[in-house]
Design a protein around this ligand. Structure first.
Ligand code: SAM
Length: 272
């Protein structure tokens, strides 16, 4: 898979690409990344990428010509002239975009090429969106000063879902927001067989040595070697955490009868 990033701050990504999974995915040839300096596609002495907004108002707007030229240089045609299903998607990072979620990351991870356009100032001339972009993506309900952080977030979350990038193939599926569903992963006891079976829920809390830290002991159940008890405890923790922090996720989660029973008792416990 290839990512192309169009930005006025190419240096921003240098450190990001040098660490962890993002680096390994590239050195192992599973992913390639091209960072394109928007100023390369300007033709004036000042390498101007922005201009004042039509209609007046605050700030500056990224001009359409350099972005269009950058896209043409990487052989990305306007939407109307692009063959459908060629595996390339052009994404505009924007606070006005649809929310970027794990489901969107899963969708992107199946593509051959993802082009990420980073806005700055007041944003990008809307005709770029209209003519070239397949989707606008927002990483959250807040305004960043540029699309670079958002592009890094999209790239990181997508990259780790590409087969082979994570050491353990299952780990992308069995973590927060994972798709593994309880019906598939449940053993006869009604507890997911996988240690990480997230089923659309948040992950459970993790602990490591020492067994006691700052006077707080790690849960005994994790140290007694009873794997069914451990899985049961972890599933309950997933349900608790999701109920507490993201109750909206419970709507779409794959819940077993046992899960519903546990949820009911957690709710009763907190009501009393
Ligand atoms: N005028 C814009 C608005 O009110 O929606 C904000 C522009 S922002 C200062 C500059 C650039 O940062 C945007 O063009 C976009 O690329 C990026 N950006 C800001 N917030 C973002 C978010 N939540 N998700 C993705 N990109 C964002």
């Amino acid at each position: 898979m290839r990512f192309e990033i169009v930005t006025i701050f190419p240096g921003f990504f240098a450190g990001f690409f040098e660490h962890g999974i993002v680096r390994r995915a590239q050195t192992e040839g599973l992913v390639t990344v091209g960072v394109h300096d928007l100023r390369t596609f300007t033709h004036d002495r000042h390498r101007t990428v922005d201009d004042r907004p039509f209609g007046g108002g605050e700030g500056m707007v990224l001009k359409p010509e350099p972005i269009a030229e950058a896209l043409e240089a990487m052989e990305v045609r306007a939407k109307g002239a692009r063959a459908s299903g060629n595996g390339t998607r052009v994404i505009l990072l924007s606070a006005q975009g649809r929310p970027f979620t794990q489901a969107v990351a899963r969708e992107l991870a199946t593509l051959e090429r993802v082009v990420l356009l980073c806005g700055r100032y007041e944003g990008v001339d809307e005709r770029i969106n209209q003519l070239y972009c397949d989707m606008e993506l927002s990483i959250g309900d807040y305004v960043l000063s540029g699309g670079e952080l958002a592009a890094a977030v999209v790239l990181d979350a997508t990259m780790r879902l590409i087969p082979g990038v994570l050491g353990n193939e299952a780990s992308g599926e069995f973590e927060s927001f994972g798709v593994a569903d309880a019906a598939i992963t449940s053993g006869q006891e009604g507890v997911p067989r996988s240690q990480h079976g997230a089923g659309g829920l948040l992950d459970y809390p993790h602990y490591t040595r020492p067994a006691e830290f700052a006077g707080v002991r790690a849960p005994e159940v994790l140290m007694n070697g009873d794997h069914l008890q451990i899985r049961r405890w972890r599933r309950e923790q997933q349900l608790r955490k999701t109920l507490e922090n993201r109750p909206d996720l419970l709507e779409g989660a794959a819940l077993s009868e046992e899960d519903r029973r546990v949820l009911k008792s957690i709710r009763e416990e907190s009501a009393s």
